[in-house]
Design a protein around this ligand. Structure first.
Ligand code: 5GP
Length: 274
């Protein structure tokens, strides 16, 4: 049976196919529903899906970069119940020691920006989830990862709405050991065709639950088998001990007594002859 989240992500892919426009320079325009006009119902499902995929992480902050990551991060944050911090782009920064700063090359504008975050909003106690709309060559995510490292916070992973799998960012970030969850991965795109990667082995919460349930059932089974076999042996031992030790009414159960009485009164079975 399909998960609710899988159905929602299918809707995302159908929406990309229906409304996405491929522009020169490997740019996919999805401004009618994701990063200019925003389809809040769809983005709400995207937020829920990020929560489902990172539900095992103790996220304390969602970190994104202005501008198009902010809306998506805010909707997702409602499911994590944590604040959103967004990195600000600026072309020249007066570093006053109160900011974490890194450089990011914008994929769409081909400019290098200084990107800043106030030190007040990111500390070593934080567990950070990065969220962005697109992943192409990975500059934006690498910049955010750099800031997380500088702050001493723990990076739990990154959630991306659309990864362009034919550009190298995704591979590079996975190779760094970062847990990267992209909701739709495009493997190729031209003016009139677009192909999505089909993920067969994807980490899912439901399968985690199934695994835990399976392990629990197995442990229960082994536990009861052990307890019952122990109990059975215990009873057998005590019964035989009782038979041997008791002088009275259990005497007929003693093996010697049974043997003697068999010798005294041989069994007369139907059809037996002596
Ligand atoms: P990267 O830094 O991974 O090369 O590019 C990611 C950033 O560039 C994202 O924050 C996103 O805003 C922008 N971007 C990259 N590729 C596209 C694209 O095809 N379409 C749109 N609309 N934005 C993109």
């Amino acid at each position: 049976m399909k998960r609710k989240g899988d159905i929602a992500m299918q809707l995302l892919k159908e929406r990309i196919l229906k409304d996405g426009v491929v522009k020169p320079g490997n740019i996919l325009k999805v401004d009618s529903f994701l990063n200019h006009q925003m389809d809040i119902e769809l983005i709400n499902e995207i937020g829920k899906e990020f929560k489902a995929r990172f539900s095992d992480c103790p996220i304390t902050k969602i970190l994104t970069i202005e501008a198009s990551g902010i809306g998506i991060a805010c909707i997702a944050a409602q499911y994590f119940h944590v604040p959103v911090v967004f990195a600000k782009k600026s072309q020249s920064v007066n570093l006053d020691g109160e900011m974490y700063c890194t450089k990011i090359e914008s994929f769409t504008h081909k400019k290098v920006y200084d990107v800043i975050i106030s030190k007040k909003f990111l500390s070593p106690e934080d567990h950070v989830l990065l969220i962005d709309d697109f992943l192409a060559n990975g500059c934006a995510l690498l910049g955010l990862i750099d800031i997380v490292k500088k702050s001493g916070a723990t990076l739990e992973g990154a959630g991306i709405v659309i990864e362009k799998g034919f550009q190298h960012g995704g591979q590079q970030i996975r190779d760094m050991g970062v847990r990267l969850e992209s909701l739709a991965i495009i493997d190729s795109m031209t003016d009139d065709s677009l192909t999505f990667r089909v993920l067969i082995f994807r980490r899912q919460n439901t399968s985690n639950h199934q695994t835990i349930t399976g392990i629990f059932i197995l442990l229960t089974y082994f536990h009861f088998t052990y307890v019952f076999s122990f109990y059975f042996r215990f009873m057998l031992f005590h019964c035989s001990a009782a038979c041997y030790c008791s002088p009275g009414f259990l005497r007929p159960l003693q093996p010697e007594f049974l043997l003697c009485s068999l010798q005294a009164h041989p069994l007369e079975l139907p059809g037996s002859f002596s």
